[in-house]
Design a protein around this ligand. Structure first.
Ligand code: OAD
Length: 249
């Protein structure tokens, strides 16, 4: 079992407001490929950053829709891991925890987290490509992409694509949480994609203690107060048992 810095576990116990930012790394131990590691199987030849754009969808709507259908099928087949579950326990034990995620896989919700801000949307949501209005998700066996019953345009995944703006309400709430927290945990993100990657720096500027949990260094590492190099599925359960030793995990 990993031994965490006492100063960190003390800061967690004392915190009234904690903000957590997660990225694809927290779902890696569930078997969901991270965004920047090589894709597997049929999609190995594609770079996600070439598929997750409005231009790619307009150029080849079926290819992009099928890629998201493949990801939905993959995510449906996996389970939240110990890292997701540890965050649920932390939310139950702490006075106020805001979970900000860049992930679209819905695994935090399936694990039982409540106070979630999905900055990059939801893999299982669907929108009309032309009207940009939410549409009831469709099963993936219909014509791909399915069409909007109202206007006949293509339907698209309810996720944020490169070059698109993030949902304003969620981003505003995430910035407020980062500015108000005493402790900010950045977990399983390469800290490369803005505006999400700005949140730990906003917390730093507001005087919060910033902790990074990632097996690899990132641009945040040199600025964080604590860098815990390891897997979220190992570090977060250890954090729970070391910060709250008298409580059943
Ligand atoms: P990335 O694939 O860029 O980074 C995943 C991070 O997780 C890397 O830093 C890994 O070192 C780390 N990691 C891997 N396994 C881990 C584990 N078991 N525990 C903890 N960390 C682990 O994914 P994101 O940072 O989430 O946005 O990418 C951010 C955004 O880039 C995505 O949301 C996506 C993309 O643009 C959109 O699609 C809009």
């Amino acid at each position: 079992m990993i031994t965490l810095p006492e100063a960190f576990t003390q800061a967690l116990r004392a915190a009234q407001r904690v903000a957590v930012l997660t990225g694809a790394g927290i779902s890696a131990e569930s078997g969901v490929p991270t965004f920047r590691e090589a894709q597997t199987g049929l999609w190995a030849q594609y770079d996600p950053q070439q598929l997750a754009t409005p231009e790619a969808f307009q150029a080849n709507p079926k290819l992009v829709w099928d890629w998201y259908a493949w990801r939905r099928k993959l995510v449906r087949a996996v389970e939240p891991n110990l890292g997701h579950h540890a965050l649920v326990s932390l939310e139950q034990r702490l006075p106020h925890l805001t979970l900000i995620t860049q992930n679209v896989d819905g695994l935090h919700r399936r694990a039982g987290s409540r106070n979630i801000l999905e900055l990059h949307g939801d893999l299982f949501a669907t929108r009309c490509f032309k009207e940009n209005t939410p549409v009831e998700p469709v099963d993936d066996n219909s014509e791909t992409p399915p069409r909007c019953a109202r206007c006949g345009s293509w339907l698209r995944p309810g996720v944020v694509w490169f070059g698109e703006s993030l949902p304003a309400a969620e981003l505003h709430q995430a910035e407020a949480a980062a500015a108000r927290c005493e402790l900010f945990l950045s977990i399983g993100t390469s800290s490369l994609v803005y505006p999400a990657a700005e949140l730990p720096f906003l917390a730093l500027r507001s005087g919060a203690t910033v902790v990074e949990i990632n097996p690899q260094p990132t641009p945040l590492s040199q600025h964080a107060h604590f860098v815990l190099q390891g897997a979220a599925g190992e570090i977060l359960p250890a954090l729970l048992s070391q910060a709250f030793p008298d409580e059943p995990t």
